[in-house]
Design a protein around this ligand. Structure first.
Ligand code: HSE
Length: 406
């Protein structure tokens, strides 16, 4: 039998407790031994909840108990999650987490402490919720040289963009409010809608794929606050979907990364990923394309990934598991300035002549009109580098909005 402690009895922590009890027999079979929750740490009390019998308010109860071999850290945030994780690893306890903030910020340091103490630090649930993507990269796609990983890695923003597409004319702020009321968005939604959350997740995934630490703060990150009902109308008129993509790609100049809303064509596998679902597209030199899709958030899907880590930790008792993210040096990302793409640009109708001169090499752009939007038109640029496009926008001066084509 192996004893486990859970740090935090919130959405994910209660899910982990639930999965370990509901699927107890399966978990025992797959772990090769019984897994028992000995402690759940939380500052709060839960009168009447079965968790009461294992609830503690004292982290010291856990750290001082040699029987506890696996600690599940699902508190979220950096502090005290970092200090608790560090102490657990130093005491020779395996740690499994869903805490993407902590993994993106201190993952390599914590893995190196785990290595020094012959234990494992697992974080499958930190990216894509219940989708098994980290284990797929570390254990399954090991024969491949992976050159691209692109995902829809945030359920909240995918839900908002899907609602705006399915209900033409509805504003971003109205959908956000609905999402908050339905529990799909946090009261402070900025980590999601300003895309820091998917930036952290693509930083973790690309650190595994490319071997060295990608700092999420180095990634060009644009959220979806500025996406309007009108942008969505143009996208739908063209038959495209607006998706918040998190992309990391190896190019001749090095690894490039982006997190931004993109226009995605119907033939792309990420086009059809709707609502709170997440998906990750991977390209390998032998495999070609693969797409992993599933529930990217929520109590039980996230807990499913955490408990899979607990089972893996039990299977690896006394042994180290492989992780592709292992080099100490930081991966310096290549500049995005020379990345070429087409753009959808919205302008006022009266500026069409100027747009032809600035954006089209032969002085003639095909324009797109949407019935209800009388004062404006849109056009698709030729392929332009980020730098060329931004110079043209500056010289043009009066762009209503622009979205990149993927
Ligand atoms: N806020 C995150 C999302 C939760 O919407 O995807 C899962 O990491």
């Amino acid at each position: 039998m192996i004893k486990v402690a859970i740090l935090g009895y919130g959405t994910v922590g209660s899910g982990v407790y639930n999965v370990l009890h509901s699927n107890g027999r399966l978990v025992t079979d797959r772990a090769g031994q019984e897994i028992e929750v000995k402690y759940v740490l939380d500052l709060r009390d839960f009168p009447g909840d079965p968790v009461e019998k294992v609830l503690t308010h004292e982290f010291e109860d856990i750290i001082n108990d040699d029987e506890v071999k696996i600690v599940v850290e699902v508190m979220g945030g950096l502090h005290p999650a970092f200090e608790f994780t560090k102490r657990c690893l130093e005491e020779g306890k395996n740690v499994c987490t869903s805490n993407k903030e902590l993994v993106a910020e201190n993952g390599l340091e914590l893995m190196s402490i785990a290595r020094e103490n012959d234990v494992n630090y697992f974080f499958e649930a930190s990216c894509g919720g219940g989708i098994p993507i980290i284990r797929a990269l570390n254990d399954c796609l090991t024969a491949d040289d992976i050159d691209e990983i692109t995902g829809i890695l945030n359920g909240t923003t995918n839900f908002i963009l899907t609602e705006m597409t399915e209900n033409p004319g509805v504003s971003f702020s109205k959908v956000l409010k609905q999402a908050q009321e339905n529990g799909y968005a946090e009261r402070d939604p900025s980590a999601d809608i300003d895309a820091h959350d998917p930036a952290r997740k693509i930083a973790i995934l690309s650190s595994i794929v490319f071997g060295s630490s990608v700092d999420y703060k180095d990634i060009y990150t644009e959220g979806i606050r500025q996406i309007t009902a009108e942008d969505i109308r143009y996208a739908s008129t063209l038959g495209y979907a607006v998706k918040l993509l998190a992309e990391a790609k190896r190019t001749e100049d090095g690894v490039r990364a982006y997190v931004a809303p993109f226009l995605v064509e119907p033939s792309h596998p990420l086009y059809a990923i709707n609502g709170v679902m997440n998906a990750v597209y991977v390209h390998g030199n032998m495999l070609g394309d693969a797409v992993f899709t599933g529930a990217g958030a929520g109590s039980l899907p996230t807990a499913s990934a955490v408990v899979a880590d607990v089972i893996d930790a039990a299977r690896h008792d006394g042994k180290r598991a492989y992780c592709g993210w292992k080099h100490d040096e930081k991966l310096v990302l290549a500049s995005n300035d020379s990345v070429k793409r087409k753009y959808l640009v919205r302008i006022y109708t009266e500026d069409e002549g100027k747009a032809n001169k600035v954006f089209s090499p032969d002085g003639f752009l095909d324009t797109i009109s949407v019935g209800e939007l009388e004062d404006e038109i849109a056009f698709i640029t030729p392929e332009l580098s980020e730098e060329e496009f931004s110079d043209k926008v500056k010289s043009f001066g009066n762009v209503i909005s622009r979205i990149r084509f993927y």
